[in-house]
Write a protein that binds this ligand. Structure first.
Ligand SMILES: *Cc1c(COP(=O)(O)O)cnc(C)c1O
Length: 362
């Protein structure tokens, strides 16, 4: 069996142990004579999957009963619209920090439903940094403050949690959820498409504080209300059962790694290994973002020429390191180091980068 080191930005690598477990359980799930994806979402087997995924999430993120764990569909992209739809009052604004493509999309949806107030932006500098607290302008009458904790395309990440000045704090954590220790209770709503750090595509994890949920609108179509998912334990309609099942296995895997503390330790070592190559060779592997805003999850860089970038990506692929091409909107190289990428992957890639540089002088 030849598994590559998969640096894809999403969908992305999953823990091998999880894949093996899926394979082992696929044909006959726990003696039912059928797979979990052939089972009713009202069956006791699925109920157990759903319940344990919710309680594992609470445990891992350090949340009490004052938070609901929801499994939704439509990706993070639907959350861009659902948040203003549920929480923007008549004539009210949502405050948004614009840190790149995904924030921009969230702002676009907010402006369709109501109005977005720009609380901060790094657009004029090509989204190369995360605005600091004192650069934020948070109107006291806004409905909420929305941030994107990790910018998958631009390669920046928050290394502090903004003070939202009493407003509910909403965060798109699609590409760094569960990657490090973080006080999740500072957030009122967290959402993440599962396909980066948590599992397959198809399910979106939402963590929502009950006090916020109580303020949500109740006159929307059922499928567009957070309340529906909270009241029905995400079983109002047919859930993406396979994705939730794999997500549960990934949460078990995270717990087995020692929870967020254990995962953080490995993630810290991984990004150090790659950024070290950038710092040692600043004219060859040119980081695209400011040092204090560097992402641990998506490391973006440019090389001396586009030809060298192409050669690097092609030779890396041939050597078993796939998915290193930068997003089509920015070009260059992107090294995605999600939770399931083993330390060995980052170490081997760093060695490959070193050798490539020696073999291909600029
Ligand atoms: C990938 C990504 C999205 C888009 O997620 P979908 O599930 O495809 O809608 C949104 N935000 C961030 C930060 C992402 O990384």
């Amino acid at each position: 069996m030849a598994r590559v080191f998969n640096f894809n930005p999403g969908p992305s690598t999953l823990p091998l142990d999880v894949l093996k477990k899926v394979q082992e359980e696929l044909i006959d799930y726990k003696g039912t004579g059928m797979s979990i994806i052939e089972s009713s979402h009202r069956s006791p087997e699925y109920d157990e999957v759903n319940e344990s995924a919710m309680s594992l999430a609470r445990e891992i993120f350090g949340l009490g009963d004052d938070y609901h764990v929801l499994f939704m569909t439509g990706g993070a992209s639907s959350q861009f619209a659902l948040i203003p739809l549920n929480f923007m009052g008549e004539g009210q604004m949502g405050a948004y920090v614009d840190t790149g493509t995904w924030s921009t999309k969230a702002i676009k949806e907010a402006n369709i439903i109501g109005k977005a107030h720009l609380a901060g932006s790094s657009k004029d500098d090509g989204y190369t940094f995360i605005p600091k607290q004192d650069q934020l302008d948070i109107p006291s009458d806004a409905a909420y403050l929305h941030i994107t904790t990790n910018n998958t395309i631009k390669g920046t990440q928050y290394h502090y949690t903004p003070d939202s000045k009493g407003l509910p704090l909403m965060a798109d954590m699609s590409s760094d959820i569960a990657s490090r220790q973080l006080d999740y209770t500072k957030f009122d709503l967290v959402y993440a498409g599962a396909q980066k750090n948590l599992g397959p595509s198809g399910v979106t994890l939402v963590l929502i504080k009950d006090s916020l949920l109580q303020k949500a609108k109740t006159d929307l179509p059922s499928m567009f209300m957070y309340k529906t998912y909270a009241d029905k334990k995400s079983l109002y309609n047919t859930p993406p059962s396979f994705s939730v099942y794999v997500l549960k296995l990934v949460l078990e895997w995270i717990k087995g790694q020692g929870g967020l503390a254990g995962v953080e330790k490995i993630n810290r070592a991984k990004q150090e290994r790659i950024y070290q190559m950038l710092d040692l060779n600043p004219d060859y592997f040119k980081g695209t973002v400011q040092e204090d805003s560097r992402s641990w999850m998506n490391i973006t860089l440019r090389m001396p020429t586009e030809d060298l970038e192409k050669k690097f990506i092609a030779e890396a692929k041939a050597a078993g390191f796939v998915g290193l091409k930068g997003h089509r909107s920015v070009g260059g190289v992107r090294v995605s180091l999600y939770n399931a990428m083993p330390l060995e992957g980052a170490e081997k890639l760093a060695e490959f980068m070193d050798k490539f540089k020696k073999d291909n002088p600029a």
